[in-house]
Design a protein around this ligand. Sequence first.
Ligand code: NAD
Ligand code: LMR
Ligand code: MN
Length: 594
Amino acid sequence: MVARKFQIVGAGADRKIQTTARGYEVLRDPGLNKGTAFTKAERQALQIDGLLPPVVTEDLAPQLERAYAAYHEAPTDLDKHIYLWRLHDNNVTLFYALLQEHLLEILPVVYDPVVGEAIEHYSEVFTRPRGIYLSINEPETVEQKLANFGAGPGDIDLLVASDAEAILGIGDWGTNGVDIAIGKLAVYTAAAGISPYRVVPVILDVGTDNEKLLNDPLYLGYRHGRTRGKAYDDFIDAYVTAARKLFPKALLHWEDFGSTNARRIINRYRGTIPTFNDDEQGTGAIVVAALLNAVRRSGTPWAEQRVVVYGAGTAGAGIADQIRDHIASQGLSKEEATRRIWLVDEPGLLTDDLKDGLLDYQLPYARPHAEVADLKRTRVETDPNAETRWPELAALREKLTNGIIDLATTVDAIKPTILIGTSTKPGSFTEEIVRNLASHVERPIIFPLSNPTALHEATPAHLIEWTDGKVLVATGAPFDDVEYKGVTYKIAQANNAALYPGVGLGVITARAKIVTDEILFAAAKAVAGQATDDTLGASLLPSNADLRTTSSAVAVEIVRTAINQGIAEAKIDDPVEAVRETQWWPVYLPVEAV
Ligand SMILES: NC(=O)c1ccc[n+]([C@@H]2O[C@H](COP(=O)([O-])OP(=O)(O)OC[C@H]3O[C@@H](n4cnc5c(N)ncnc54)[C@H](O)[C@@H]3O)[C@@H](O)[C@H]2O)c1
Ligand SMILES: O=C(O)C[C@H](O)C(=O)O
Ligand SMILES: [Mn+2]
């Protein structure tokens, strides 16, 4: 039973909407509303004749023009973001049609980076609830709250959940983090055509350690510190159990969890249900996609690449794992492949003498202490009371009084061919570090990935200048083209948004039972295959303007992979047709009164 008063029926060109709603109920339902585009016959049948201005507009075009003008009237990016969601509350089709028509321009306003601002100002901009708010204070109500969404077992394809501990690189935002789930889902629809009526955004409110929120009288979440340990795991389990019971076919997507929880959660469920951690797995795969093209252009084989990852949290370690797996597929053992990767985090280069303070998934990369014993140690001022990403790090800080092997020293010693930033520390790829790196490598590959824009480890313009145009660059947020010595450099956006929508579409179409490493690699290859121009300055990845094409290509490859692996539950003869049939696009359908 769907609480909605309409359903989409038929296939292909025969799709239409049937509804039992009448009168203002029709106009006030954003999934039904077409505004001036209702035909005279529809107006009569739906009893809305006279409730609209008399002119009937044949299609979306005049409405798009009005909406785009109003969008530009909004003075700031945050105002534009709010305008767009108000438009969504009025007319879902028009919202997505506008987004689709101006994808490059509007995506950063709906999604990253402006979504970060919206999350910081959530209590002020909150208008209408869009997601499900689950609380660790009431774990016994999880199922009822999910049921209150009003959807039946076959009605939901996808849930995106966040506990908001590590929103982008801006930290802990408690209940405000519901907007990242909403933003990610908007991208699923805009980029891949996942139906906006078959998805659920979920915030898992486990409290917040953000003092600003705890002291803000307008804060809308539970006002206590983050709960951890068994109660946390039980709450996550209550969510998964209820979601599986109510929506047994749905893919469960995890977003922006902290580094101590993200990996444990995905490892717990990934072997048995369709589930996916975007920051670990989606980011790993989009980086591999960009690297497939960058490594080819660099001319240095994978097995000879030396990789430094700066910021070894959920994203950094996820990237490291997928690079390791790909290097291993080139004929090296897993152990040898692991040795091609150096992780640097707040305690500097991760070495095995620090092992008591490292997270389990960082441990395989810890370098033997003897190997780096001669390297210079740099004293760092660390505030013992500063917020730590993981509890053991506090103990490590005391141990590091002799200083750390910092990024500059690591780069100088290792002479990496690939440098990746997922540290949330802006400007940490300094001119000195980058010039040093570039002096040893013909085509240095440097990916500053920390979002939002202001947190990038370096800007593409600087990287291009400091490497005299030799860098192969990709960033997390969108950046403008850079002109340098007569060449236009298109900047690849290695954001998981170029990958996860297609993964979701493919998994949903195939009804894949689980999301395997093979599925992730198929996605990476499919994205890379959309950007094969190797001329100087060409982007390493397809443009976000082509997200729909990219996502469809990814989905088709995933369907094929799922079938080959024997994990597709759907019966599919033609993967291309099956993907197309799953997609929803923002066009007005005929509305029939039933
Ligand atoms: N481009 C993308 O698609 C993409 C995807 C995921 C994450 N990200 C970005 O990557 C960043 C990290 O995200 P995450 O989910 O991995 O967060 P996380 O909290 O799991 O990891 C951040 C890591 O950086 C480390 N760090 C903090 N200060 C440091 C310092 N001074 N030097 C070195 N390391 C330091 C932390 O200790 C932690 O291990 C964020 O800015 C996020 O927006 C980008
Ligand atoms: O949300 C993004 O823009 C990418 C990524 O998931 C992140 O956390 O930064
Ligand atoms: Mn994220």
